[in-house]
Design a protein around this ligand. Structure first.
Ligand code: HEM
Length: 182
C-alpha cells in the first residue's frame, strides 16, 4: 500500500502547492514595491514548480500502484479509465492545463520581446486558473479521503484562499491596475 498512500499524499500536497501559486499570482497586481514583487514572483514560480514535481510523483505512483488499475494510456486518452472515469478525466484535463500554463510561464522571459506574445500572455496564463479549478474538482471527485473532515477542510481552505485573493485583486485601485499594465 506504500505507493497508494504516497500517491494520495502527493495529490493533496500538489493541490496545496498550486493553490499557493494561484494566490500569490492573484495578489501580485496589488504589490507595488519591486523587492516585494520579486520575492512574491519567486515563491509563486517555486510553488508551481514544486506542484509539477509532486504532480509527476502523484501520476507515476497511481499508475505504478497495483491497488487500483490505472493505465498510462489515460494520459493521452483521459476518458478511458476503468477506475472513477469522470474524476480521472477531470484530473488529466487539470494536468494538461497546468502543464500548458507552466510552459507558457517558462517561456515568458524569452518570448517577452515579441509584442504578439506579450499581448496573448495573460490570456494563455488563464490555463493555470482553469487547471487549478479542475484539480479541486478532481480532488472532490476522486479522493478516498474526500469526505473526511481533514480533507474537506484542506479543500475548502484552498477554495477560500483563492476566493479571498480574487476579491483582493478585483478591488485593485485604478492606480495599481495602471502600474500592472506598465
Ligand atoms: C493537477 C492535477 C492533479 C491534482 C492536484 C490531483 C490531486 C489529487 C488529490 C488531492 C487526490 C485526493 C487524495 C485523497 O483523497 O487521499 C487525488 C486522488 C487521486 N488522483 Fe489525482 N490529482 C491530479 C491529477 C491526477 C491525474 C492526471 C491522475 C491520473 C493519471 C490522477 C489520479 C488520481 C487517483 C487514482 C486518485 C486516488 C483516488 C482514490 O483515492 O480512490 N490524479 N488526486
Amino acid at each position: 500500500m506504500t505507493l497508494w498512500y504516497l500517491a494520495r499524499a502527493a495529490g493533496v500536497v500538489t493541490m496545496v502547492m498550486f493553490t499557493l501559486s494561484a494566490v500569490l499570482g492573484m495578489v501580485m497586481p496589488r504589490i507595488r514595491k519591486p523587492e516585494r514583487r520579486f520575492w512574491l514572483q519567486y515563491v509563486h514560480r517555486s510553488a508551481a514548480v514544486t506542484g509539477l514535481v509532486l504532480l509527476t510523483t502523484h501520476v507515476v505512483a497511481v499508475i505504478a500502484d497495483t491497488y487500483v488499475s490505472i493505465s498510462p494510456t489515460v494520459l493521452y486518452w483521459p476518458f478511458g479509465s476503468g477506475y472513477r472515469p469522470f474524476a480521472m478525466a477531470v484530473g488529466v484535463l487539470a494536468l494538461y492545463s497546468l502543464v500548458l500554463a507552466s510552459l507558457v510561464g517558462a517561456s515568458r522571459g524569452r518570448l517577452a520581446v515579441s509584442a504578439r506574445f506579450a499581448k496573448y500572455w495573460r490570456k494563455l496564463h488563464i490555463a493555470a486558473s482553469v487547471g487549478w479549478l479542475l484539480s479541486i474538482g478532481h480532488a472532490l471527485l476522486a479522493g478516498t479521503d474526500r469526505t473526511t473532515p481533514w480533507m474537506l477542510s484542506i479543500t475548502v481552505t484552498c477554495l477560500a484562499a483563492v476566493a479571498i485573493a480574487g476579491a483582493y485583486r478585483l478591488n485593485a485601485t485604478p492606480i495599481s491596475r495602471a502600474w500592472r499594465a506598465q
